[in-house]
Design a protein around this ligand. Structure first.
Ligand code: NCD
Ligand code: ZN
Length: 356
């Protein structure tokens, strides 16, 4: 599956990766965070959960323009837009957006599952006509896989989603391409592994690096609160095994989800970890710790485009083993954000694109 590593012990050269799940937000936050993603990744699947969700071709086209306007000069970065599914979504709108090349996929948020998901789907049966169309045209469905039933323990919501929703969904749409987003449990790893080739999953840097203890290390740590919530160590181990296995079903999706300090450090803080600034450094840490640096390129740069049916990137990026300290905060004033690994040392450093 993976090519032999094009690396020497202290230097890694990888085909440039893509981020298959990222929140770049809008307005001033978009302008302050986008460059972190465009610096490392050639393309990214842009999440549509803005305050006004991206539910139409027109909204997606306008959002793409705002993103394009914020891309730093000289960058060849390409945003891949997604359509936020609602109960009322018209199959024609989805088909039109996919046929024109604007929509790369549709995103299913169960209503109430996470940030800005109140317009999400209340009952999967309501979007069956849309799913019929997506299956027919080969358009991927990206799934936030958690039940919203408050009677279910928050740590069990992904596993229960598999049993209650996902198993039936893939049985009813056996040819639908589906990405189980930001998986966090051993149950999700097994489900994806045991399903057909049309089912894949993204894995975040934080779910590979942290277990749920991180939220309570020495006190309440809001910067480690995200959804799906961090799980216990056995699950983290299962995720690491999947990511480093070389299986083509698992690929990189950071789920970088910036929230400003006032939204994190408050009585009811937002879920989300801002990992875009040191995303590749973080993945390299995991793969290095597990003796699997030779599997990083497939996970980061090959499995995703192959699943989406897109070309592999031609540019290469360089990582060097040059330990450095991650700043505790990035940005100024009201736009200050705490990056993942804030205040810690990381061994691998992203050096930019390989010079021709
Ligand atoms: C995301 C966000 O803030 O938009 N938060 C998160 O914790 N991952 C939403 C999401 O992907 O669930
Ligand atoms: Zn997300």
């Amino acid at each position: 599956m993976s090519n032999p590593p094009n690396s020497v012990p202290n230097r890694l050269i990888l085909r440039q990766p893509d981020d298959w799940h990222v929140h770049v937000r809008d307005g001033a936050v978009l302008e302050s965070v986008l460059a972190y993603t465009t610096r490392q990744f050639a393309r990214a699947i842009i999440m549509p959960n803005l305050a006004q969700p991206i539910t139409t071709v027109a909204l997606a086209a306008a959002y793409r323009e705002r993103i394009q306007a914020a891309i730093p000069e000289g960058s060849a970065f390409k945003p891949l837009m997604t359509c936020y599914l609602t109960d009322e979504m018209a199959p024609d709108e989805v088909e039109r957006g996919f046929a024109s090349g604007l929509f790369a996929a549709c995103k299913l948020y169960p209503a109430g599952a996470t940030t800005n998901s109140s317009h999400g789907v209340t009952d999967i049966a309501k979007i069956y006509p849309v799913l019929e169309t997506m299956q027919r045209i080969g358009m991927p469905l990206l799934v936030h896989g958690e039940v919203t039933d408050t009677a279910i323990d928050i740590f069990d919501r992904e596993a229960v989603f598999i049993d209650r929703i996902l198993s039936k969904l893939i049985a009813d749409f056996p040819a639908l391409k589906l990405v189980f987003e930001h998986i966090t449990t051993a149950e999700a790893v097994d489900f994806v592994t045991d399903s057909g080739q049309q089912i894949a999953a993204t894995i975040t840097p934080h779910h590979l690096d942290c277990n749920r203890n991180a939220m309570f290390q020495g006190g309440m740590r809001p910067d480690f609160y995200c959804l799906p919530i961090l799980k216990r160590e056995t699950h983290r181990t299962a995720l690491r095994k999947a990511a480093t296995s070389g299986s083509a079903k698992f690929f990189l999706g950071t789920d970088s989800a910036p929230h400003t300090r006032d939204k994190k450090e408050t009585a009811c803080g937002c879920a989300g970890i801002f990992n875009a600034p040191y995303a590749l450094e973080s993945y390299a840490k995991t793969f290095d710790e597990d003796g699997a640096l030779d599997k990083l390129e497939a996970f980061a740069s090959e499995n995703g485009p192959k699943f989406y049916g897109l070309e592999l990137n031609k540019a290469r990026v360089v990582l060097e083993r040059k330990p450095f300290s991650v700043p505790s905060l990035l940005g100024d004033g009201a736009l200050q954000l705490a990056p993942f690994h804030a205040g810690n040392r990381l061994a691998w450093r992203f050096m930019g694109l390989e010079k021709p």
